[in-house]
Structure formats: structure tokens, C-alpha cells
Design a protein around this ligand. Structure first.
Ligand code: ADP
Ligand code: MG
Length: 610
């Protein structure tokens, strides 16, 4: 009996495609999640050489029929999703139906699987997406996956893998996340035959303590809160146990690990003043939310999740962490009683929650001077704010246009808010975007999204090119007249010793003693940036801090940085396309240099200024 069916193309497209397998740890995550989805009670993970040689996952779950054992390797083959609506009711970890197909295309995969009621099991071996072995065998219930020689057919990708300890660190992270989400399942982890974890099924506290490490049990403070929108449970590390390294910080929603800097902020705010600077609180927090109110699909590897009620959850988190710390006499109770406006009064709990309200007089225009305060209810700012926070429709561009016009007028008349208005004079209003030469401003439900155009462009180009670069040379554009670049002897040596990589990047050159003649440059690089780009590449090549194994990454980083310097956006469509492309990148919050690409000015922050 088969339970697997193919997803129609349009749904497959709705599920944003992404590179599923970046490193051995990605395989570990996918295989372990499949075992959980198959209702396993015990999951064993064995890896060799940080997963480069072997990743084996043994489960005692449902197993597969002989027919499904073949089907599961096809792209978009899943038993977990039938229609797009199911996306909003998801209880399983997987649903894209692309993990096994992806793994099978870049590794040698062997699988043994048997359903509980079947007499025999099926043994499948796949290489390069074609089935090499398909036979009936005797085996026990459940599934054993073996992934060998990862990236055997993508040597560049294999070469990009980091040291064994780093790659194993990633594997361990994934293992811990899955194990923390499922205390009722038994897990083990072995690396090169050595036991790293042996976790018995049990209560949550036991699981958290065994992952947080020795003596951590007495450092744990429980946290618990129930509301109609979210249930929270979990453990906090006592403030005096805060660590210098950001390690033990886990959020789960509906048993799925996720990362969220906004919620993280709520926790650190609750710990404010209790831990010294440069220390991080430990926490392991589980949220339970109606699956229809979250979107797990915005991130290809599903570690970022969009919450419909994020502001409410933020305030509940803040107050319940404070309460938990207060209860254990860690946080002075007095302080706890002086609740901030963000906190939710206890009478609120278990009743229908109301979103934190911001009291704004919609007719009040902060940018109007006295002379035009009266009767100014039709102005852009209030309309924009009203539409955003309290109305149904998005503010129109003219709303924002008016908002800034008023701002300019009033600044010139009384100079009171002049600093805020500088630089906006030349901005253009396009649909729902305000386009400034460096930033795009776009109203969102929770406030005003500000996107740094150059950094966004840098991230997009980098993500695109690094993916290409490891498989093939980047496109190069022939110059009509070769550029000549005078360099020192040392620079020439540096350039020549990396010539192959630089050529792969798109620089085609000839050489004289101290001159580089550049005939071809990377297509992405504007001609007037070539000189600067070469200078910065040479500087990078001299930088002793750059690990030789990492040079290629740095070169692509530098090239794309130079290529994005001149980025300009003029039209709404361009702004839209840029933002969409940015969100397609797995990492879309930080530029390749680790700096923030976007920032949301929250309505609550705006309101607190008035
Ligand atoms: P997804 O998990 O998104 O459905 P995968 O490519 O990871 O996609 O797996 C494809 C299908 O193979 C799953 O939907 C499931 O039916 C089956 N499968 C994969 N791993 C297991 C397993 N360990 N036990 C039972 N069935 C599995
Ligand atoms: Mg899966």
C-alpha cells in the first residue's frame, strides 16, 4: 500500500525552493526529522569523520512499503502534504518532499526499511539519483539510512567544508535541537565509534539538563504560561550561570527549533540588570501556537518562523520570564510589580488576549506646528499610522508622501525636527515604498521596515555567486581595451599564486613584470569599480588572518561587495524585486560582513517617543 503521492507543480513552487543540503549537519537534520515524522521511539545517529564519510540514522518508526521505498527519493515526493492549505495545519517536520531527492543527488545512499506488519523489508541503493539496488531483505521494523561520501560529485563543495571539529559542531547542534524537541524519544549520538550522547526517554527537565551539561539541573528555573494564543513552557538558566558564549539558547515552536532575534530580545530584556555585560542567559523555551498562526515556510531550512501574533508573544515572554525569575527569588519582586506597559496583567491570562495597544490620537500630527494642529486629521502620518496599526488597508504612497512633505514644511518653519528630515528631499515615492538613495522604507503591519539597499544587494549577489562559484567559473566580460594595473612585486606574486581562483572569479589577465593587463572582468562588476575591487582583493590576499582554505569565500565576498557599491533602486518594482530576492537568501538579515541589512522601526517604539 502506498501513502506517498507527488505534489502538483504549483504547490511545489509555492514552497520556496532553497538549497537543502549545505553541509553534513543538514543531512543529519533531515534524516532525524524524517525518523521523528515516522513516529520513531528511538533514533540512533552514527557519524564518521564529521559526516564526510558516513552518516547513519537508525530508527524504529513506521518504515516504508517496497513501493514507497523507491518513491521517497523522487523530488516533491512526500506523504505529509496534500494541498497548500495543509501548510497551515502542519504537525510534521518535513513537508517539502525534497530532502531525500537532494541527498541522493550528492551522495551514495543506502536504505533498509520495513513496515511493522510486513514480512520482509526493502534494501535500496541510490547513486546519482538512479537506483542501483532494489531487493527484499530480512530486517527489523523501521528504517536505516546510510549516507556515504557526501558531495562526492561536487568536489568544490566538499572542499568548502570546514574542519572536522567545526562540521561536527554543526552536527551536534542539530542533534541537540532535535533531542530537546522530543524528550519522549530515546536518542544516541556516536562519532567515529565514540559515544557522545546516550539520552533516555523521560521528562523535559531531564532532557534539558542532559543537554545543558553536568550540574545544570540545579541551575534550571522552570517557566510556564498559558494563554489562548500561546502556551509557554521550558527552562531558564539562573542568571549567575550565564555564560560568556552564546550557546544554550533554544526556542521551539510546536516542537520545531527556530531562531528569533525579536523573542531573544524579550528574554534578554527580562534578564536586564541581572547578568553582567558580555554574558548571555541560557534558555530553552517551548511555544505552542496554532499552526495556522505561524508560517514555517519562509526559510528553506525552516529555522526562521513568522508569527502572526509576534508582539503579543513578545510581551507574554517578557512577563513570564520575569515572573519565573521573580518566583525563584532571583529577580526582586518589587521590581516585578512595577510592570512596564508591555507586561500582561495576570488577570489577562487564560482570557481572550487583546494585542498590546498603543494609544495614539489619530488626529494628532506630531509634525504639525501649533498653527496647523487643529483639524489636521487628514494628514499622511496619521493616516499611514492608522491604516498600519488600526485599519484594514495599507497606507497609500500619497499618505507617506504627505507625511514627509509635512515633515519638511514644519522643519523649515520651526526647525524643531530638522535632523529627521535631512536627506529626504530627493526621495521618490513608489507604491508602498519610499526610496532613498541608501534605504528603502516600507510600511509593514508592525511598523516601518528599513532596508539598506547596498547591503541587501551584497547579500543577494554573494548568495547567488558563492553557489555558482563552487561549481563553475563566474561569467567574465571582455574589455574593449585592457586595463593596466601597476602593482608591486609582492602584489604580483600574490596575484599569481591565486591566479586560478581569480580567473574563476572572472578576472582574465596577462602579465608583465609589474603590470597586470586585465582583459576580462567579472560581469557583475561595474567597470568603474574594477580598480577598487582589485585593490581590496590584493589587501585580502595579504591578510594573514584569512585562512587559506577560506580564501575563495573572501574573494567572492569582496567582489560582490564592490559590485553592490553602486546599487541604486529607482522604481517600486525594483524595490519589490530586491526585497523578494533578499528573502530568498537563506541568510537575509545580515550582510556578508555581519552587519544588519534591515531594521523595523516598531510602531510601539514610535509611539513611545511621543
Ligand atoms: P518530506 O519529509 O518533506 O516529506 P523527504 O524527502 O524527507 O520529504 O522524505 C520523503 C518521504 O519519505 C516522506 O514523506 C516519508 O513518507 C518517507 N520517509 C522518509 N524517511 C522516512 C523514515 N525514516 N521512515 C519512514 N518514512 C520515511
Ligand atoms: Mg523530510
Amino acid at each position: 500500500m502506498s501513502i506517498i503521492h507527488l505534489l502538483p507543480e504549483h504547490i511545489a513552487n509555492q514552497i520556496a525552493a532553497g538549497e537543502v543540503i549545505q553541509r553534513p549537519a543538514s543531512v543529519v537534520k533531515e534524516l532525524m526529522e524524517n525518523a521523528i515524522d515516522a513516529h520513531a521511539k528511538s533514533v540512533q545517529l552514527n557519524v564518521k569523520d564529521a559526516g564526510k564519510t558516513l552518516i547513519q540514522v537508525v530508527d524504529d518508526g513506521d518504515g516504508m512499503s517496497p513501493e514507497d521505498a523507491v518513491k521517497c527519493f523522487q523530488r516533491h515526493a512526500t506523504s505529509k502534504l496534500k494541498s497548500a492549505e495543509d501548510l497551515f495545519r502542519l504537525k510534521t517536520k518535513g513537508f517539502r518532499g525534497e530532502a531525500l531527492a537532494s541527498v541522493a543527488s550528492i551522495a551514495h545512499v543506502s536504505m533498509r526499511t520495513k513496515k511493522n506488519d510486513a514480512e520482509t523489508g526493502t534494501h535500496i541503493e541510490v547513486e546519482g539519483n538512479s537506483i542501483k539496488t532494489n531487493e527484499q531483505i530480512v530486517c527489523s521494523k523501521g528504517t536505516v539510512f546510510e549516507v556515504k561520501n557526501l558531495f562526492y560529485n561536487v568536489p568544490a563543495r566538499r572542499n568548502f567544508l570546514k574542519s572536522e571539529s567545526i562540521e561536527f559542531g554543526h552536527i551536534r547542534d542539530e542533534f541537540e535541537r532535535v533531542a530537546l524537541a522530543h524528550p519522549d524519544i530515546k536518542f544516541s549520538l556516536h562519532h567515529n565509534g565514540q559515544e557522545i550522547y546516550q539520552l533516555q526517554a523521560g521528562v523535559l527537565r531531564m532532557r534539558v539538563a542532559s543537554i545543558f551539561g553536568r550540574n545544570s539541573n540545579e541551575r534550571l528555573v522552570p517557566i510556564e504560561e498559558q494563554t489562548n494564543i500561546v502556551s509557554i513552557k521550558g527552562f531558564l538558566g539562573k542568571p549567575d550561570a550565564a555564560k560568556k558564549t552564546r550557546g544554550e539558547q533554544f526556542f521551539f515552536v510546536n516542537d520545531r527549533f527556530f531562531k528569533d532575534s525579536y523573542f531573544h530580545h524579550a528574554i534578554t530584556k527580562a534578564f536586564d540588570g541581572m547578568i553582567s555585560e558580555k554574558h548571555y542567559p541560557s534558555y530553552c523555551i517551548y511555544l505552542d501556537v496554532d499552526p495556522a498562526k505561524i508560517d514555517v515556510n519562509i526559510h528553506p531550512t525552516k529555522t526562521e518562523i513568522k508569527f502572526e501574533e509576534d508582539r503579543f508573544i513578545y510581551s507574554i515572554l517578557l512577563s513570564s520570564v520575569r515572573q519565573a525569575l521573580g518566583k525563584y527569588n532571583i529577580f526582586p519582586t518589587l521590581d516585578f510589580e512595577t510592570e512596564t506597559s508591555f507586561d500582561v496583567p495576570s488577570s489577562f491570562r487564560k482570557t481572550e488576549p487583546i494585542e498590546p495597544q498603543i494609544t495614539v490620537d489619530p488626529s494628532f500630527n506630531p509634525f504639525h506646528t501649533q498653527k496647523n494642529t487643529a483639524g489636521s486629521s487628514g494628514n499622511g502620518f496619521s493616516k499611514a499610522l492608522k491604516n498600519e496599526g488600526f485599519g484594514q488597508t495599507m497606507p497609500s504612497s500619497s499618505d507617506w508622501e504627505q507625511f514627509y512633505q509635512i515633515e519638511e514644511e514644519s522643519s523649515s518653519s520651526d526647525g524643531l525636527i530638522s535632523t529627521q528630515t535631512i536627506g529626504f528631499q530627493d526621495d521618490t515615492f513608489q507604491g508602498n515604498y519610499l526610496i532613498h538613495d541608501r534605504y528603502i522604507f516600507s510600511p509593514t503591519k508592525s511598523g516601518l521596515l528599513v532596508v539598506d539597499i547596498k547591503r541587501a544587494k551584497w547579500r543577494i549577489l554573494y548568495t547567488e555567486l558563492i553557489g555558482k562559484f563552487i561549481h563553475q567559473a563566474l561569467e567574465s566580460q571582455q574589455l574593449l581595451f585592457p586595463m593596466e594595473k601597476e602593482v608591486s612585486k609582492m602584489e604580483m606574486d600574490l596575484w599569481l599564486s591565486h591566479e586560478k581562483l581569480l580567473k574563476q572569479l572572472g578576472f582574465h589577465c596577462e602579465y608583465d613584470q609589474e603590470t597586470i593587463f586585465i582583459h576580462g572582468v567579472p560581469t557583475v562588476l561595474p567597470e568603474n569599480s574594477v580598480n577598487d575591487c582589485i585593490d581590496s582583493l590584493l589587501a585580502d590576499l595579504q591578510d594573514r588572518d584569512i585562512d587559506q582554505g577560506d580564501v575563495a569565500h573572501h574573494l567572492v565576498r569582496r567582489l560582490t561587495q564592490n559590485a553592490s557599491r553602486e546599487a541604486v533602486i529607482r522604481q517600486a518594482e525594483e524595490a519589490q524585486a530586491l526585497i523578494e530576492a533578499l528573502f530568498q537568501c537563506e541568510e537575509h538579515t545580515l550582510a556578508p560582513n555581519g552587519k544588519k541589512i534591515m531594521h523595523t522601526v516598531l510602531l510601539t517604539d514610535i509611539a513611545s517617543n511621543f
